[in-house]
Design a binder for this molecule. Structure first.
Ligand SMILES: NC(=O)c1ccc[n+]([C@@H]2O[C@H](COP(=O)([O-])OP(=O)(O)OC[C@H]3O[C@@H](n4cnc5c(N)ncnc54)[C@H](O)[C@@H]3O)[C@@H](O)[C@H]2O)c1
Ligand SMILES: O=P(O)(O)OC[C@@H](O)[C@@H](O)[C@H](O)[C@H](O)CO
Length: 528
């Protein structure tokens, strides 16, 4: 069984016998309609895209009530397109690993083209320009990680040929402007707070600079700022999607599914012709579109107003899921874990995240109404994270931690400040942040080196903690001031909000030699 059998019409009875769900729509017809009149381009050809946005579109197509696919554009890691999309006609296999142990396998055929979003790939770039000039285009979306929204001063100076994702997107919006100021919605689906505002700020930064440099007319800036033309809605996305896993790969191989290997690209993306993910999924989107949109409600998307998205996102990204993930990943990596479900069987770690969620973060959550925060966190702690069939690893979650702490913990600290809540109630959140300094040493709790996950600020932050040793006895921890006063990393100056000294004293305990991470974690969690 190979994904390309689908195009060749070469489908054996084995597919059904082995429980593989095939597309229920005419894949070639959808492909040619989408080519002629595209409606949706997604940037970021990573795992979550295939497991979730592409899969809900596949469901919409399976319903027979919609007929357009999605075109994927990769602006950063072109190897994904060469190795995980093109050889498989852009088809992929979604393996859903339920907490009951049931496994669903579904061929996703909603991706109709895969393009490398860079000028150096002439034909692909020309096709993207053509798509952005099409009146039918309704939405562009993103899952490019938080750092993908970065705007570097050097890139702003590159004019109309920038190298960063947001610059390229702005250049494509300029093509749409020239094609008649056509409307479009720019939709982030990343785990950032107020994610629409992040894209918006980046697009405005490029457009303003280009106007200032005389590269584009002032009307272009007015166009991207005109909410009847271009909108940047907020969203909340939730579906735990680990990297492709060796056990799943073996299970597929045993089935006779031949497209079962994993690729690690030079840029460290873990990709494959298949994705493995959990069953639970939520995608809540602010319904503010200027040129219509694909009917993703057919695949379960919840459309609502901005205020509701804001509350749902705060609940998930700042309280009930992502902070727990980061807490258990920082400590999990130091304690030698490679599986999230195994960490959930560790009483200290389970209790750590439970108390962070229920006692320290929950007091600042506003009930979004459409989802209940207590039910949500209950499912995360009791069903989703302990799912023994999910191959999720703390090392995946620890990737780019410096980009996530401000959202996952800083927002809660800010809310305590804003509401005048008693910050002495914050104990385990400071312990997470103290653990980050210990994590940056790259030594586990036995003082053996472990591989720190990639992070754009890694070298810079490691240099700050470099003077510290993991050993018993007195040492000078004043270098930590340069870390914990970083508002770019923590969202607040932790000294200014009165938590810096507490974090420093916890860090002293964590650095006190082999076994200190476990002992300190146990002490604070038990006392809480
Ligand atoms: N995996 C999950 O469980 C999950 C769940 C909800 C939301 N998300 C969101 O989706 C994002 C991607 O997750 P994934 O599982 O697809 O990861 P992945 O590693 O499989 O893919 C990452 C994607 O982002 C692109 N990217 C990375 N750095 C970039 C940069 N500097 N500029 C432009 N593009 C860049 C990569 O090329 C790739 O397309 C996450 O950061 C998160 O915001 C992920
Ligand atoms: O995807 P990231 O890197 O922003 O964060 C890692 C995980 O916390 C995240 O992917 C969760 O699995 C996801 O947010 C669940 O919906």
């Amino acid at each position: 069984m190979k994904l390309t059998d689908i195009k060749n019409g070469n489908l054996s009875a084995e597919w059904a016998e082995k429980g593989y769900e095939l597309p229920k729509f005419d894949v070639e017809a959808v492909k040619s309609k989408t080519h002629a009149e595209p409606t949706w381009v997604h940037f970021g050809a990573g795992n979550i895209f295939r497991a979730f946005p592409a899969a809900i579109l596949n469901d919409a197509l399976n319903s027979g009530k919609y007929d357009r696919g999605v075109i994927v554009a990769e602006s950063f890691d072109y190897e994904i397109i060469d190795k995980a999309y093109q050889p498989y006609d852009n088809l992929s296999l979604l393996v859903c690993l339920k907490s009951t142990g049931d496994i669903e396998k579904k061929v996703i055929a909603s991706v109709t083209e895969s393009l490398k979003a860079d000028y150096s790939f002439g034909a692909d770039w020309a096709r993207l320009v053509e798509i952005f000039q099409a009146p039918s285009l309704q939405m562009i979306s993103f899952t490019i990680t938080e750092k993908g929204y970065g705007v570097a001063p050097a890139d702003l100076e590159r004019g109309l040929t920038p190298v960063l994702a947001m610059g390229k997107v702005t250049a494509l919006l300029y093509e749409r402007f020239k094609a008649g100021k056509l409307p479009l919605t720019v939709q982030s689906m990343d785990n950032c707070s107020h994610n629409g505002d992040k894209v918006k700020a980046a697009v405005f930064a490029y457009a303003s600079k280009w106007v200032e440099q005389g590269l584009v007319p002032a009307e272009f800036l007015a166009y991207v700022k005109d909410e009847t033309k271009i909108t940047f809605p907020w969203s909340m996305i939730d579906k735990i999607t680990p990297r492709p896993d060796a056990k799943v790969q073996k299970m597929l191989a045993d089935d006779g599914f031949e497209d079962n290997y994993t690729i690690v690209t030079e840029k460290h993306t873990f990709t494959a012709p298949f994705v493995n993910a959990e069953e639970t999924q939520y995608l809540c989107i602010e319904d503010h579109y200027t040129n219509g949109r694909p009917p993703l409600e057919l695949g379960g998307v919840l459309y609502c107003d901005r205020e509701t998205v804001d509350k749902i996102e705060k609940m998930k990204v700042c309280t009930c899921l992502n902070p727990l993930h980061t807490a258990m990943s920082i400590y999990g990596c130091m304690l030698g874990y490679t599986l999230i479900s195994a960490e959930m069987a560790d009483e200290d770690l389970r209790s750590f995240i439970q108390k962070i969620g229920y006692i320290e973060a929950m007091p600042v959550v506003v009930d979004p109404g459409v989802l209940n925060p207590y039910e949500f966190i209950g499912a995360v702690i009791n069903r989703r994270l302990p799912n023994p069939f999910m191959p999720d690893a703390p090392q995946r979650i620890a990737t780019d931690t410096s980009q996530k702490l401000a959202i996952r913990f800083g927002e809660t600290i800010k809310a305590y400040e804003a509401r005048g809540l008693d910050k002495s109630n914050l104990i385990l959140i400071p312990l997470v942040l103290a653990g980050y300094a210990r994590y940056l040493t790259g030594l586990d709790d036995n003082c053996r080196p472990f591989e720190i996950s990639p992070d754009p600020l890694l070298a810079e932050l490691q240099a700050i903690v470099a003077p510290l040793k993991v050993e018993a006895g007195e040492q000078d921890f004043s270098c930590l001031k340069a870390l914990y006063s970083r508002t770019d990393v923590f969202g607040v100056d932790l000294y200014a909000v009165g938590l810096g000294e507490k974090i420093e004293s916890m860090a002293k305990e964590l650095f006190a030699g082999p076994g200190a991470v476990r002992a300190t974690l146990h002490k604070y969690v038990k006392a809480r």
